[in-house]
Structure formats: structure tokens, C-alpha cells
Ligand binder design. Structure first.
Ligand code: CTP
Length: 407
């Protein structure tokens, strides 16, 4: 870790004193620390103690002529392998979530292209406030990682989540973030579109036509692609999953909304269609809730939905270089999937058997057993966790885009 550098932003809060111990641990491990102290942070620790432990000058002011001459704030924001905010106050998080930049710390967070790790510290009510919940969700969606906060007695006399994680815990999170930042990112600069989850087609204001897709495999693929550095747009039907770190999620309900979101996300280098799109939708949506009556059950006429995968594969100049479809089959897996490859015009089909084999089947489960099929042949992958299958597929996509194997 001796060649690693952390930009440490110390916000204003009683937990700021723990940033000193964190600095000491990092320096002991050979990690260089470049500190930024906010104006309110300076009420809790002195620039002198922080600077002495960091063995570097403490920066405090966006408009410091001396600091700017030595290293401008944009350069400063990129001068580290990782940006750490400890303590991350409610105010700093709100600024970062909303792109505000009115001091050196917030400007640095907006200007950086490096991974960011935040260690929140605040009163329990502030942590639980819907505004903070929203900000945490936004920051997570933007790829910010969090460590803590812990539960416990707080300086303000209240009890609950909000206490900053202990320095040793933040230190461990920093080391693992530095390790993952050092991993190769073969999909950096690439844009990949992923569809996931079911669609829900309205019948009337309260009823929908949908299916049992959990979205787990698609979300895992989106996350694995982001881990390899891709910019990922995840167009998702209704599922109960959080967006993976660093993934831009667009929520949709119907197949037609999913298609529109996919088309407006183009251009993309690759598209992976994992969504279980409803093949049909009710021809007309009843404006009011259907009631039981004397005429018996209503007739619901269905019409076919657009095929999103086939549409992307035939998108002319906008066609992603690599288009991957999924095939969920209950019988004649390989033959059906190969027919799908030809019919949809995609480059690969990942085929899985969704027949219940007595083990509960793969739909909704955490494991998957797939075939990777292209024009040249079929590869059989061993049964594995959905995350592992996702990582393997993401690595294959990276290879294909790199070598130009993708047509
Ligand atoms: N798909 C799509 N849009 C649709 C239907 C399917 O994008 N309207 C995509 C899925 O995301 C998946 C692939 O097509 O990648 C295969 O989906 P599947 O439901 O297995 O295929 P179907 O087109 O429904 O074919 P079949 O009726 O033969 O099963």
C-alpha cells in the first residue's frame, strides 16, 4: 500500500477526532494522506494536529492563493487513489448528493473522478430523516461507498445509528477500496445497457399482468459490468432490489416504457437483455377498476408487446456492437435457445433451464446454470451463484469488446 494515496476530507462533528487516529493508521500502513479540513471540521480538530499526523499540509480554503498556485483544486481532487470523507456530516452528504460546490471539500467531491468512501456521523434523527435517506440513496446510486455508521450512545445523549465507524473499521474499508480501485477496469469508457426484472402491464388501475422474475441475475450482471469499469444503464421493471453501486438505474413498468428507455439510452457498446418482458399486454386498459357483475368475468384481449432485444439487434447504425439475449426455457434448451439467437438477430444467447428440477428451479433463486450460445458453438457453464455467472459473463463481454470479436 506504500504507493497509495488517500484524500481525506474531515467534516465538522465531534467524531472528527477519530480522523486523527485514522490518519495515523493509514500512515503506519504506508498510505499517503492528503487532508482537507472543512471550516466546521476546524472547530473540532486543529489543522496543526491533522497536518502533523498526515505529514502533509492541510488544505482548508477553496480560494487560498498559495494552495491553488501549488495545486489547483481540480488537480487536488484527482491526486489520490481514493477520496475518503470522515466524518461525513449530513451537510456534506447533502451537498455531494446534490452537486453543490461552495467550499473546498464539496468542490473536490464534485470534481473528482476517483472512488469515494464516506463514513457518516450525525445525530440519529438526522441519519433517519427522509432527506438523509434520500441523499444516501442518491450517493449510493452515484457509486459512493459507505462504512458505518454504528449504533450506540451519541455525544448528544441520544442512542441509535449515527455514530461514526471506529477508525480501525474505516481503515479496513479504505484498504479494501484501494485494492478494488487497483483492479483492472477493462470496460472503462464503455457504455453497456442492461434490462432486468419483469414488466407489469396494466389491466385496470389496480391489476397488472406480470411474471415471477426477481431481477437478481440482471442486477448482478449490471453490477459486474460496473465493477469492470463500464458505464451501465440498467433499465429495470418492478423488483425489490437496490441498484448496484455505480449503476444508473431507470425504473419502468411496461414493455413499451422499457423499450423507450432502452432506445433513448443508445448508443451503447453492448446490450444485455435479461428482462423477462411480458410477451403480451391487454389491448385496452380499463379506466376504472373492473367489478364483478352479472355478466361473468370480463374478456381481456391481449396484443403482442414489442420485442426489445430484437429491436436493439436491428437498430441499424445505433446497434450495439454486442447484443446479448437470455433464453429461459423449460424444454429442448439448446435447440430453442439457438433458434432464438437466429430469430432475434443477437450475437449471444445465455440459455437457462427454468423447469423445476426438484431443487426449486433457478427463477427467483440465487443460483443459475447456463449455456452460452453463439453462431460458432455452445459452452456449458457449471451451476454457480448468480453473481459468479454475472462476473464470468461481464469478463467475456470485456474480452469480446477488446478483441473486436463482437461483430
Ligand atoms: N425479450 C425482449 N422483449 C420481449 C420479449 C423478450 O427483449 N418482448 C428478450 C428477453 O429479455 C430475453 C430474450 O428476449 O433476452 C428471450 O426472451 P424469452 O421470453 O425467452 O423469449 P420469447 O421472445 O418470449 O420467445 P418464446 O415465446 O419462444 O419463449
Amino acid at each position: 500500500m506504500t504507493d497509495k494515496r488517500v484524500l481525506l476530507i474531515v467534516g465538522g462533528g465531534i467524531a472528527a477526532y477519530k480522523a486523527l487516529e485514522l490518519t495515523r493508521l493509514l500512515r503506519k500502513a504506508g498510505v499517503a494522506v492528503r487532508p482537507i479540513l472543512t471550516a466546521s471540521g476546524a472547530h473540532f480538530v486543529t489543522p496543526l494536529s491533522l497536518s502533523a499526523l498526515a505529514e502533509d499540509a492541510v488544505r482548508t480554503d477553496l480560494f487560498s492563493l498559495g494552495d491553488e498556485a501549488e495545486m489547483g483544486h481540480i488537480q487536488l481532487s484527482r491526486s489520490a487513489d481514493l477520496v475518503v470523507v470522515a466524518p461525513a456530516t449530513a451537510d456534506l452528504m447533502a451537498k455531494a448528493a446534490n452537486g453543490l460546490a461552495d467550499d473546498l471539500a464539496s468542490t473536490t467531491l464534485l470534481a473528482t473522478d476517483k472512488p469515494v468512501l464516506m463514513a457518516p456521523a450525525m445525530n440519529v434523527r438526522m441519519w433517519r430523516h427522509p432527506a438523509t435517506r434520500r441523499n444516501v440513496a442518491t450517493l449510493t446510486n452515484d457509486g459512493v461507498a459507505f462504512v458505518g455508521p454504528d449504533d450506540g450512545a451519541m455525544a448528544c445523549g441520544e442512542f441509535g445509528p449515527g455514530r461514526m465507524a471506529e477508525p480501525e473499521v474505516i481503515f479496513a474499508a479504505i484498504l479494501s477500496a484501494l485494492e478494488s480501485a487497483a483492479r483492472p477496469r477493462p470496460l472503462a469508457g464503455r457504455h453497456v445497457l442492461v434490462t432486468a426484472g419483469p414488466t407489469a402491464e396494466p389491466i385496470d388501475p389496480v391489476r397488472v399482468l406480470t411474471n415471477r422474475s426477481s431481477g437478481k441475475q440482471g442486477y448482478a450482471i449490471a453490477g459486474a459490468l460496473a465493477e469492470l469499469g463500464a458505464r451501465v444503464t440498467l433499465v429495470s421493471g418492478p423488483v425489490a432490489l437496490a441498484a448496484p453501486a455505480g449503476v444508473d438505474r431507470i425504473k419502468v413498468e411496461t414493455a413499451r416504457e422499457m423499450q423507450a428507455a432502452c432506445v433513448s439510452a443508445l448508443p451503447a457498446d453492448a446490450a444485455v437483455c435479461v428482462a423477462a418482458v411480458s410477451d403480451w399486454r391487454p389491448d385496452a386498459v380499463f379506466a376504472v377498476k373492473l367489478k364483478k357483475g352479472h355478466d361473468g368475468p370480463p374478456a381481456v384481449a391481449l396484443v403482442e408487446n414489442p420485442d426489445i432485444l430484437a429491436g436493439l439487434a436491428a437498430a441499424g447504425p445505433d446497434r450495439p456492437a454486442l447484443v446479448v439475449g437470455f433464453a429461459a426455457e423449460t424444454n429442448d434448451l439448446e435447440a430453442n435457445a439457438r433458434a432464438k439467437l437466429a430469430r432475434k438477430g443477437c450475437d449471444w444467447v445465455v440459455a437457462n433451464d427454468v423447469a423445476d428440477d426438484g431443487s426449486g428451479g433457478v427463477m427467483g433463486g440465487d443460483e443459475n446454470e447456463v449455456l452460452l450460445i453463439d453462431a460458432a458453438g455452445t459452452e456449458r457453464w457449471p451451476r454457480a451463484g448468480k453473481v459468479e455467472v454475472a462476473r464470468r459473463l461481464a469478463a467475456r463481454i470485456a474480452d469480446a469488446l477488446r478483441t473486436g470479436e463482437a461483430p
